[in-house]
Design a protein around this ligand. Structure first.
Ligand SMILES: *[C@@H]1O[C@H](CO)[C@@H](O)[C@H](O)[C@H]1NC(C)=O
Length: 349
């Protein structure tokens, strides 16, 4: 490898060619960005790569798909360890072979977890989504809600009433992000009984409600903005830094219309295509599938292209893990059907 690396170093255009495609959601970090990013307390993935590394190039499309699927909840990054300014960082991170992928559960606050599974999009996806630190209190019963509200009265807290059985990924990610600043509770309000007991309407089948309790108060305040990551972050930021009275912040959140930029629309379109491709049998040929959607032939794409209808995640992948060190058996990589949510939009509550 060394001689190959030296050889390529003589060809700057090749050596500089990115491992990740230009439109990838994977963001390249240099050592300075890395340290800054790690201060944000977010759950993220970081791939330590080198431009000449073939395994890195083979991993790139899969890593990018997982990055797209989890945008904006869990950012995916990469560090070029060949660049002089990153060499110290890569050494500190114990990088000995490429690619080395690590999950950072909460920025620099928690020890990173090495990723040792197959480098496929769904394995990355499940590896990271299952390891977001649980920084919320689960309140299984109606009778658990009020005692929690009273017990935590000295803090500002937020409670999610969800119809879903599982705690939504978005809520887990937010609870981790605001750990130490806001208390997070989550309660399954399957048929709206809890909502009614709190003086709210039961709500439609899929309705989620986000309530906020100010420090010292046991009266719920209903958030009325969009149940999306960006909107909730904006709202919680203003709650945490106290720049806005909650009532004012809420009025602003409510009035806020979702006005995506062209870039966001493009990301949304790609995510939708990826979700549909997943629902229809796997991560194969997404580009063709996207094109088919653009051409208006998306609905019949799988009939004409012959993807199986079997859920993608039950299939055992045949791609062997190739690394320059032996890969440990990836623990918990085959999710059960209940958890097969790659194809689901996880960015809303
Ligand atoms: C990150 O977490 C630590 C400890 O919980 C906290 O002191 C710090 O303010 C947090 N940083 C950000 C940017 O939220």
């Amino acid at each position: 490898m060394r001689s190959l690396a030296l050889g390529l170093a003589l060809l700057p255009s090749l050596a500089l060619a990115g491992v990740f495609p230009k439109d990838s959601m994977v963001k390249m970090l240099d050592a300075k960005d890395f340290r800054k990013t790690m201060k944000a307390n977010e759950t993220s993935m970081v791939a330590f790569v080198a431009p000449w590394c073939g395994h890195c190039q083979r991993m790139a499309p899969e890593y990018s798909k997982a990055a797209l699927g989890l945008h904006p909840l869990i950012p995916f990054y990469a560090v070029d360890c060949d660049a002089d300014q990153n060499k110290r960082l890569c050494a500190e991170q114990g990088v000995q072979g490429f690619p080395t992928v690590k999950m950072f559960p909460r920025g620099a606050q928690h020890k990173p977890i090495p990723f040792e599974g197959e480098r496929t999009a769904s394995t990355f996806y499940y590896f990271v989504t299952r390891r977001v630190p649980p920084s919320f209190t689960k309140l299984p019963n109606l009778d658990d809600v009020l005692p929690w509200v009273e017990r935590t009265v000295s803090k500002t807290r937020t409670l999610l009433l969800t119809k879903e059985k599982k705690v939504p990924l978005l809520w887990k990610v937010l609870a981790n992000k605001y750990d130490g600043k806001l208390e997070f509770g989550t309660h399954r309000d399957k048929n709206g009984k809890t909502s009614e007991s709190l003086g709210l309407e039961a709500g439609e089948k899929k309705d989620s409600k986000v309530l906020v309790y100010s420090e010292g108060s046991t009266a719920p305040f209903r958030y009325e903005g969009l149940n999306k990551y960006e909107s909730l972050v904006k709202f919680f930021d203003s709650v945490v830094d106290g720049t806005a009275d909650i009532t004012v912040a809420n009025a602003q959140a409510k009035a806020e219309e979702y006005d995506p930029t062209g870039e966001e629309l493009e990301i949304e379109r790609k995510k939708e295509a990826q979700r549909m491709a997943l629902l229809h049998g796997g991560y194969a040929d997404l580009v063709d599938f996207e094109q088919a959607i653009l051409d208006g032939a998306g609905a019949s794409f799988h009939d004409s292209n012959g993807f199986g209808s079997q859920p993608p995640l039950k299939k055992k992948s045949t791609t062997a893990t190739e690394e320059d060190k032996p890969a440990a058996a990836a623990e918990g990589n085959v999710p059960d059907a209940e958890e097969s949510k790659v194809g689901k939009d996880q960015t809303e509550l």
